[in-house]
Design a protein around this ligand. Structure first.
Ligand code: NDP
Length: 284
């Protein structure tokens, strides 16, 4: 058996089309163009690539986009002043501070300063609490993208046995809450979990968000299970791979996301969806 490939690029294009239509409607009905501000501190080459991609994607759906570039030597006070300025700017509906920040800047302090209504990364404590409590709010983009790709392929979470490997605030924990919200039975695994292969073999859905190349083996996957591979790892030979041994898992899984071209494109699409949501909320 060979798995159905969950094409993140094609699915993200559908999400972006919906966002583009939503932006046109908001402009026509309320005269509001969704605005996204991306704050980039320093010279990290990977961050520059990510920001360029986000900027391009936001332009393509008709958003007003601006990137605030700050030198790596910026002080916390200087960065917070930029965030405050964007908080006060009514034309900005979403603020994204590109992580990681240079080591001398505490990301948690910066995130807490973003107006929660503009926190399109969904990382502010207010939005984290809203997620945990099942209240409306902005959800983190990567786990929201995982839910979206399942929904768009009619893969239900209701009653499903789910294992989430990795418990970060960025991916693992918020995904677990989102899956619980959909009435899945969720197991959270991490570096101290015992017998990970056995935990995986029970699951209808395996979500790997670890950052360890090819860690999840093919025979850990129950025949027919769904696999979402969030990991992005660069091998010494330059290849980009996920946390799942895709070549082996594809023979066991019922459906699987590739790397690249799986959850990565979904993450950017959900950033756009969050920005549209923030703009709509601001108009109410
Ligand atoms: P973190 O490093 O913050 O978290 C990794 C998690 O994996 C931790 O909870 C850790 O456990 C767990 N872990 C580490 N080793 C093992 C192990 N041997 N067995 C089981 N669990 C283990 O990573 P992130 O959540 O930020 O990112 C995870 C991956 O997803 C990375 O490859 C990252 O690049 C990728 N990513 C991809 C995105 C996308 O758009 N596709 C977006 C964000 C991230 P413990 O808590 O015990 O230390």
């Amino acid at each position: 058996m060979s798995a159905r490939i969950l094409d993140g690029k094609a699915t993200a294009a559908l999400v972006r089309d919906d966002v583009r239509r939503g932006a046109v409607q908001l402009l026509a009905e309320r005269g509001v163009q969704p605005g996204l501000a991306v704050v980039l501190v320093g010279d990290d080459p990977a961050s520059h690539v990510y920001v360029k991609n986000k900027d391009k994607a936001a332009h393509e759906v008709g958003f007003a986009v601006r990137t605030e570039r700050l030198p790596a030597t910026s002080t916390l006070a200087e960065l917070l002043a930029v965030v405050e300025r964007l908080n006060a700017d009514a034309s900005v509906h979403g603020i994204l501070v590109q992580l990681p920040l240079p080591a001398h800047l505490d990301a948690s302090v910066v995130i807490e300063r973003i107006d929660p209504r503009k926190d399109v990364d969904g990382l502010h404590a207010h939005n984290v609490a809203a997620l945990a409590m099942g209240r409306p709010g902005l959800r983190p983009c990567t786990p929201a993208g995982c839910i979206e790709i399942l929904d768009r392929h009619s893969l239900p979470l209701e009653g499903a046995e789910v294992i989430v490997i990795g418990r970060s605030m960025l991916v693992g924990k918020p995904f677990a809450f989102l899956a619980l919200e959909r009435n899945a039975t969720v197991t959270m695994a991490h570096s101290r979990s015992r017998d990970l292969p056995a935990l995986c073999r029970r699951a209808d859905l395996v979500v790997a968000a670890v950052g360890r190349p090819l860690m999840v083996k093919g025979d850990w996957i129950r025949p027919g299970a769904t696999v979402l591979d969030v990991g992005i790892n660069r091998l010494p030979d330059g290849r980009l791979v996920g946390d799942v041994d895709y070549a082996a898992a594809v023979g066991h899984a019922g459906a699987i996301t590739p790397v690249p071209g799986g959850i990565g494109p979904m993450t950017i699409a959900m950033l756009l969806a969050n920005t549209l949501q923030a703009a709509r909320t601001a108009c109410r």
